[in-house]
Design a protein around this ligand. Sequence first.
Ligand code: TUI
Length: 323
Amino acid sequence: MAKIMQTELCDKLNIEYPIIQGGMAWVATGELAGAVSAAGGLGVIGAGNAPAETVAEEIKKVRAITDKPFGVNVMLLSPYVDDIVDLVVKENVPVVTTGAGNPGKYIDNFKKAGCDVIPVVSSVALAKRMARLDITAVIAEGGEAGGHVGQLNTMAMIPQIVDAIDLPVIAAGGIADGRGLVAAFSLGAQGVQLGTRFVCCKECTASPAYKEAIIKAKDRGTVVTGRSTGHPVRALKNIFTRELEKMEAAGCDAEEIEEYGSDKLRKAVCEGDVDKGSVMAGQIAGLVSQELTAEEIITEITKEAQDVLKTLCLGLEVENNER
Ligand code: TUI
């Protein structure tokens, strides 16, 4: 493996490749996380709104697949968040990523269990606030990402966060291949988090219809709804998002909109209802064209990144010789 792939982040997390799998609610089960970790990346179970017993089963599944490091994503808006934190600590889960809030009050618990904590942030201000905590890195997630998103885009946000904090930064949002990985390195990131690409992974247990909808999606296939409620979410355009847009345009109150959106992700992921369910996916869905195994995805990305770097270096050599 080329040394450039082995970033300080890889050493800290004890992983081979600086590729983290997004901890997507309902999608990121033990099967997916185990496959990604076994392939040398960091697989992450998405706790979402699931109760602790469910997440405990997923942890067991990962441990049956691999003894390599893995993570659990703690979604801080979950009604079970306290139970999930207790579970992660009890199970000595090596890495915790957090989303949709500030994990500050749980950090002491995580550190007692030796967890590496990696919060997701969506602005420089949030990154600076998190950097005061005892954390290992941050995931800076741009608005190209699927699911709950912030306002900034990856390209503009990553270098600003890299300059603002003294911790490794993992880039997320709009990345699905080796070109994206090299771009992230260029912006100063030490790794990438991929969500949409790993939905279309053979080991991912999401419904075939969900995967097919991503594979069929084009560049303009996603939309952000829910800005009026303060919980903007990016998903594939369908009957569900059009209905939400209508409700927002009609000035429906936040409670009614949140109520309409509830349980729709499960409907799409588990039941395969990609018309009336929420098919959360990032803008890079248009680039995802086939279902591969986790190992094939990681091998393809790292090989492509090395080829891109070689081409760039050759270009520089030619330019130097011409001078
Ligand atoms: O969390 C995500 N993506 C998600 S969570 C999710 S489940 C859900 N569904 C509907 C509504 C809400 C959640 C689907 N996709 N990404 C990580 C992320 N975290 N993006 C942005 C943030 C974030 C936002 C605010 C992180 C911290 C934060 O802090 C606010 C504060 O000041 O405490």
